[in-house]
Every structure is written in C-alpha cells, then in structure tokens.
Design a protein around this ligand. Structure first.
Ligand code: HEM
Length: 537
C-alpha cells in the first residue's frame, strides 16, 4: 500500500485488489486442483456409502458449514453504501483533522444504516431508532462517526447498556417480540430507569419510522472535542442533515410495508444509487467553548440531553454523497467494524460516561464477531493510508511480518512513534486536567430527566402529538402486566399530563390527575438562573 494522496477513489481502488469473479472459469478446490465433477460425492459403489477420502466433498461442505458469523449484538439488520465527503470550508480554526481542512479534498466514506433491536432477518420499517455509522477513510487513518437518527440516548452511563439491551431484545422465555418495543420488559426498564424519558418520546414519535434512509438525520449524540493546531480544544456535537429533508411513514403504512416488503429501506437506497439519484447529507457541528461548559441548564456531557440549536447554532461544514452500492454484502456491510474510538488527530473524546464505555465495547464485541484480533486487515476495514506497528500473528493474520524486530524500543530497526507535531502527525490525547475521588455515582447535573422530554412534546404539532399518543397506546397496549402499564402512565405524567391521560385511557390504566410541568421532586428542572454547577470532586 502506498502513501499517495487520498482521493475519493482511494478506497475503491484498494477494494479492487480483493475482488474476484468466477465467471467463465473452471472450478477448482481451495488448493487450486481442478475438479472434474461437482454433483455426486465419491461412493463405494453407486448405491454405497460416501467415502471419507472425498476431499472435494469434505472441503465444499466444511466451508458451507462455517459460512455464518454471529450477528451484531445490536444493530444486526443493516444496509450500507460507499460515497465521498467534502468539507465546504477549512475547519482549521477548530480542528487540525486533515480531512476537514481543504474543500478540494474528497474523502472516501462507507456508511451503514441499521435498526437496533431486530435480528438480521427482521423487517426494516419497524418502530426503532436507526443506526447511522460513517467510516471516513482519511489520509491520517480511519475516523468513525457512529451515530443514530435520534439525538439523545436512553441511558447516561455505559454500565446500564447490557440491561437496556436485555430489556429491549425479545424476551428470553418465548423470543417475542422480534423487532419492536412492544413488550413488558422494555417498558418495565423504562419506568424504572426514568432517564429514558427523553429518548422514549423520540422513539414514540414519527422519527422512529423513517420514510427512507435517504430522508433521515444522523446524530453523533455525545459531546466530542475538536482540537486545533495550537492545542486549543472545544466541545463539539455532530449532526447529519439529509438534503431531501426529514420524512416519516405513518404507523399504518409502516406495518403494512413490513409485511409486504421487509427489505423496503434497503431497496429504496439501493435503487436510488443504481439510478444515479445519489443520497446526500450535510454535516453540521455545534461547538461549545471549554469555558462555557457550565453555562447551560443541562449537563453538556449527558447523552440524554440534546444541545438546543437556538442556543448552540448548527454550523454546516460539508457534504456527503453516497454514490456506489456494495459489491458483496457480507464482505462489506457485515464485516465492517465501526468504533467511536476510531479518531484522527484533531478529534478527541469528552468524559460523557456513555461514550467512555462505548470506547471499550466495540473492539471487544468485534473480536468475537469477526474472529480474532486481525479484523482491521479485512478489505473494508483497512485504512487507505499505510499502517504498520509491532503487532503480528493471531487468528487469520494476512500479512507476512518479516521484520526481525517486533518490539519498541530497539536499536535494530528505525521504527519509532511519530512526534505529535502537526508536520509529523502523531496522535496526542488532549491533556485535560482530571481530578476526583473514585466513586460509583451519577453527577447531580444528570438528574433532570423530564425537562427536555417536555420541551420535545411541546414542540410537536397537533398531528405529531396525536401520532405519539397512538404510538404509546399501541406499544403499551401489548404490555400484559398492569402494574408496568400504570408505572409508565405515572412516569409520563411528569412529561405532560394530557399525553399520559390520553394514552392511559386507551390502555385501560388510571389517568393521572396531576404532574405534567416537567418538574418532579426527584428531577428538579433547572432554570437559566439555576445552571448546572461544576460538581465537587
Ligand atoms: C453497534 C455497543 C451506544 C450506535 C454496537 C455494537 C455494540 C454496541 C457492541 C455492535 C458492534 C459490532 O458488532 O460491530 C454500545 C454500547 C453503548 C452504545 C455499549 C452505550 C454504552 C450507542 C449510541 C449510539 C450507538 C449512543 C449512537 C450514537 C451504534 C451503531 C451501531 C452500533 C450505529 C451499528 C454499527 C454498524 O452499523 O456496524 N453498539 N452502543 N451505540 N452502535 Fe452502539
């Protein structure tokens, strides 16, 4: 692999080296031996037993027996496409990331869209969040923006992610339901983990049944950091805006389509790209100065809160165009390995406790999903810039590492880390000052669960409110346990009392008589005068 400049074709040219096509060729075994026949196994007599020495049969069957890999533990059902990204103007003031400097540079990208809950074969138009994961193949290495189409998340701390997912996946005793939120365990989790309120409001809204993957926003959700050449850092959140606008199905359509065409979203994306009708998304950033960290009435590190665009404007900085379908879904869409920890110089993390836990989880799961530590060598995952280090060996290693020296420091090979200077480009973590006691706790600044959920409800039009009430009624109507239903009604009275009363009536629960201001004893809403305070360490 060369160190030549990256352009929009770099990834395609790299993948080209791996493409194979068997058209018009004689069949062989994997050892290259031509086979004379591929229909009958080798037998002792035409009606006798199959012989163990039939290497052709054994190889063909063994390979088939091992063709499946585990599906992703979440986001199993996905569809992807290739494209390119171009920044509109240099972002030099904010970040030294090279792919965000020059409007003339087109960076190759690979995007995988997904549903979260359903298994690999599930229908695509179900009510669910959608994954929106983008891999930028930059000249400084791979940068992954692993987002969703909803700007907030259900929980605040990564340690609760296994609990959330256990509650939302099919129930263990009967494996139902297979692809929706309509069951007892999910709603029990919601009622007993009330930081879920805001995202549940989005999930019950029309955002959770997108019309098309081409008409869907994407959100990085967490606060990240931009760091410029001078070492100055600022908090940043990322948003994708589809040029076709954001559009949804209505529930009745979504259900009918799920039955008639479970592949509805992938078909729409595939056909648009085949027809040259390329999906486009603009990238926006919201930036907060480090010194303004505590100047808001929510904690900017809390993933259950969005940053209101009225307060922190969205600056549109570039455009992504998806212009090429994959050649092989398994090799590309399934084997791709995204990771929020894949960053390049100029992009860094914040202390959002959800993000911090994600930084562990993705490689860990991919080690088993993709069979060992060498999945970065798979064609779809390889950076387009050169990569080398002292790693070697392991399951399915593709390279022949001939160096005598595979350790650092050494005097025998001149292989050293790159200095962190802009010219040399070595990644240096932002030197944030950190101090505190080791505690298992949630900051007080994370305790307001209902204010933004109430703002979301209040921002809805009448038809949108009606859809949300219908969604709660449908989903909770499927919950068998009366106490769980009632707990959810009581919880959402804290968001809006009319909302809770309306769906309570539809599901035969007791309507709430009070609440609804977005303020509860356990969740005091913070006013502008009562801003989030820097916690004691
Ligand atoms: C996929 C963990 C939160 C977006 C995954 C996978 C895991 C995981 C284990 C499967 C990865 C694979 O097999 O390759 C977690 C944990 C979270 C979390 C532990 C919280 C602590 C989030 C959030 C977002 C998100 C907040 C959105 C901002 C995605 C997407 C995928 C994914 C888009 C699918 C990537 C693909 O298409 O391959 N997550 N996740 N996750 N996650 Fe998360």
């Amino acid at each position: 692999m060369s160190g030549k400049p990256v352009n929009e074709n770099s990834k395609n040219e790299q993948l080209e080296q791996y493409r194979t096509d068997d058209t018009g060729k004689h069949l062989t075994t994997n050892q290259g031996v031509k086979v004379s026949e591929d229909e009958f196994s080798l037998k002792a007599g035409v009606r006798g037993p199959t012989l163990m020495e039939d290497f052709h049969f054994r190889e063909k069957m063994t390979h088939f027996d091992h063709e499946r890999i585990p599906e992703r533990v979440v986001h199993a059902r996905g569809f992807a496409a290739h494209g390119e990204f171009q920044v509109y103007e240099s972002m030099k003031e904010y970040t030294k990331a090279k792919f965000l400097q020059d409007p003339a540079v087109k960076t190759p990208v690979f995007v995988r869209f997904s549903t979260v809950v359903g298994s690999r074969g599930s229908a695509e138009t179900v009510r669910d969040a959608r994954g929106f994961a983008t891999k930028f193949y930059t000249e400084e290495g791979n940068y992954d923006l692993v987002g969703n189409n909803i700007p907030v998340f259900f929980i605040q701390d990564a340690i609760k992610f296994p609990d959330l997912v256990h509650s939302i996946k099919p129930e263990p005793h009967n494996e139902m339901p297979q692809a929706s939120a309509a069951h007892d365990t999910f709603w029990d989790f919601v009622a007993n983990n009330q930081e879920t309120a805001h995202m549940v409001m989005w999930a019950m809204s029309d955002r959770a049944i997108p019309r098309s993957l081409r008409m869907m926003e994407g959100f990085g959700v967490h606060a990240f950091r931009f760091v410029n050449e001078e070492g100055k850092a600022r908090f940043v959140k990322f948003t994708w805006k589809p040029l076709l606008g954001t559009h949804s199905l209505v529930w009745d359509e979504a259900q009918k389509i799920a039955g008639k065409d479970p592949d509805f979203h992938r078909r729409d994306l595939w056909e648009a790209i085949e027809n040259g009708d390329y999906p486009e998304y603009e990238l926006g950033v919201q930036i907060i100065e480090e010194e303004d960290e505590f100047n808001f009435d929510f904690d900017i590190l809390d993933a259950t809160k969005l940053w209101p665009e009225e307060e922190i404007p969205l600056k549109i900085i570039g455009k992504m165009t998806l212009n090429r379908n994959v050649g092989n879904v398994f090799a590309e869409t399934e084997q791709v390995a995204f990771h929020p920890g894949h960053v390049v110089p100029g992009i860094d993390f914040s202390n959002d406790p959800l993000l911090q836990g994600r930084l562990f989880s993705y490689t860990d799961t991919q080690l088993i999903r993709l069979g060992g530590p060498n999945f970065h060598e798979l064609p779809i995952n390889r950076p387009v810039c050169p990569f080398h280090n002292n790693q070697r060996d392991g399951y399915s290693r593709q390279t022949i590492n001939t160096s005598q020296v595979a350790y650092h420091r050494n005097s025998l090979a001149n292989n050293t880390p790159a200095p962190a200077s802009p010219a040399q480009g070595g990644y240096q973590h932002y030197q944030e000052k950190v101090e505190g006691r080791k505690v298992r706790a949630r900051s007080d600044s994370f305790k307001d669960h209902f204010s933004q959920a109430a703002l979301f409800w209040n921002s809805m039009s009448e038809p949108e409110k009606k859809h949300i009430i219908e969604a709660f009624s449908f989903e909770l109507g499927k919950v068998m346990n009366e106490s769980v239903r009632q707990q959810v009604v009581d919880m959402f009275a804290n968001v809006n009392v009319e909302l809770a009363a309306a769906f309570a009536q539809n599901i035969g629960a007791v309507p709430p008589t009070s609440g609804g201001s977005g303020v509860t004893k356990s969740s005091p809403a913070l006013s502008q005068e009562n801003k989030v305070k820097k916690p004691e360490t």
